[in-house]
Design a protein around this ligand. Structure first.
Ligand code: IMP
Ligand code: MG
Length: 179
């Protein structure tokens, strides 16, 4: 099915699950090599990262720990720009190698907020792994963004964890809003 309805919007097929899996495997090969001797802590940013995090971690074969945090900041199709709150950041990050796992980096404000909180614990290193990245939407530099699945245009997308007003997270493929 190449066109679908999610809520009151129509979306067209954009990135198929097979391609997502290929990119995810390629990223995991890099992570397995770069963190081979380091036992990193993967921290998934909920809700959007849940499928990417699961598929990525199944391909990571080095010793590692896994956690999740949750932030609230987004309504409809436009970033509010203000991150309201964060829940559940692990408190044992001092001296550890942290890999934050995101579904998408849009303005970058969410990550900037999370990174500030993470650095307060004095980790040894921090990097960010995001399935999607919209370079044209970025409003604050994220130097830690080292692993990117796909750079995409500044369009609203849904599926594979990403939602439109809470809907569409369970779609296998990624769709983009029809103009
Ligand atoms: P940022 O703070 O603007 O970078 O936005 C980060 C969060 O907004 C992401 O983690 C997503 O949850 C959400 N978001 C940004 N762009 C999209 C999109 O195109 N579709 C669905 N959610 C999005
Ligand atoms: Mg998110």
């Amino acid at each position: 099915m190449s066109t679908i309805e999610v809520g009151d919007k129509t979306f067209g097929l954009f990135i198929e699950n097979d391609l997502i899996n290929q990119r995810t495997k390629a990223i995991s090969i890099q992570l397995n090599a770069n963190y081979e001797t380091r036992c990193p802590v993967f921290i998934g940013v909920l809700n959007g990262s849940f499928l990417f995090m699961a598929d990525l971690l199944k391909e990571v074969h080095i010793p590692c720990e896994v956690g999740f945090i949750r932030v609230a900041s987004y309504t409809g199709t436009e970033s509010s720009g203000t991150v309201k709150e964060m829940f559940g950041l692990p408190d044992y990050l001092e001296g550890r190698d942290i890999i934050l796992v995101e579904d998408i980096v849009d303005t970058g404000f969410t990550l900037k907020y999370i990174l500030e909180k993470v650095y307060l614990q004095k980790p040894a290193s921090v990097s960010v792994c995001s399935l999607l990245f919209k370079p044209a939407a970025l409003k604050t530099a994220i130097n830690e963004l080292e692993y990117i699945g796909f750079e995409i245009p500044n369009e609203f997308v849904v599926g594979y964890g990403l939602d439109y007003n809470g809907l569409g997270r369970n779609l296998k493929d990624i769709y983009r809003a029809n103009p």
